[in-house]
Ligand binder design. Structure first.
Ligand SMILES: [Fe+2]
Ligand SMILES: [Fe+2]
Length: 224
């Protein structure tokens, strides 16, 4: 049976934690919907693990973005915050561990690979929200926030050399563009997904993005 009452309580807590950023809450709700959709195509999915994990996965996002030292990892901190919330709602230890694993593993780092089906679904849903029409809308929203230009950089290798650190972090975010994000990050997403239904959605979304950036390139260069 679904813990609907508990899920509603978690939703209220997450809303208050992410209150300063409607964008983050919208993302959480989209990831939640995608998790349910992908979950329909997989066997033995525990929705009482998957739903709380989807709702809580970015609970520490605001804290991470406010930390100017760059030391906060919202996946790790988020799993710790989730543990306290879930204990307060009388979740059993096993479910808490499963939910924490989903949250830690939604950010892919070596040693944190998703191992349960619920963690794989959450990972996939979270990544899908970065591509397709929604991915375009999100990256242009951010691009405006950082004062980026609408330009197409022809020499991407040179750009990478000049504007990224050895571990892949961007040095000056105002010099970055949605086009570069697409070339270096978004294009790789479908291949990294775990579930076949998410891969199908991902392939479709990335094709759409590719068509958009092709046309954008031509319009910027005055070809179209
Ligand atoms: Fe996240
Ligand atoms: Fe997320």
């Amino acid at each position: 049976m679904l813990n609907i009452e508990k899920h509603e309580k978690i939703m209220d807590i997450v809303k208050s934690e992410l209150s300063c950023s409607a964008h983050n809450m919208d993302h959480v709700l989209r990831v939640h919907s995608l998790c349910l959709e992908i979950g329909k195509h997989e066997k033995n999915v525990n929705l009482n693990v998957l739903i709380p994990a989807a709702l809580l996965h970015d609970i520490a996002r605001v804290i991470e973005s406010k930390d100017t030292t760059g030391k906060t990892d919202h996946a790790i901190l988020g799993s710790e915050m989730a543990e306290k919330i879930l204990k307060g709602l009388d979740y059993n230890d096993n479910d808490i561990e499963e939910i924490k694993h989903c949250i830690v593993a939604h950010r892919f780092r070596s040693g944190n690979e998703p191992r349960s089906i619920e963690a794989k679904i959450l990972f996939d849903a979270d990544k899908l929200d970065a591509i397709g029409a929604i991915g375009l809308a999100r990256c242009f929203m951010l691009s405006g926030q950082f004062g980026q230009r609408l330009e197409i950089i022809d020499d991407l290798d040179q750009y990478i050399k000049e504007n990224t650190t050895d571990n892949g972090r961007i040095k000056d975010v105002s010099k970055h563009t949605p086009f570069i994000e697409y070339e270096f990050k978004f294009k790789k997403i479908p291949k990294r997904l775990f579930t076949s239904s998410a891969k199908e959605i991902g392939n479709d979304r990335i094709k759409y993005m590719g068509r958009f950036f092709n046309r954008l390139t031509k319009e910027i260069k005055g070809i179209m």
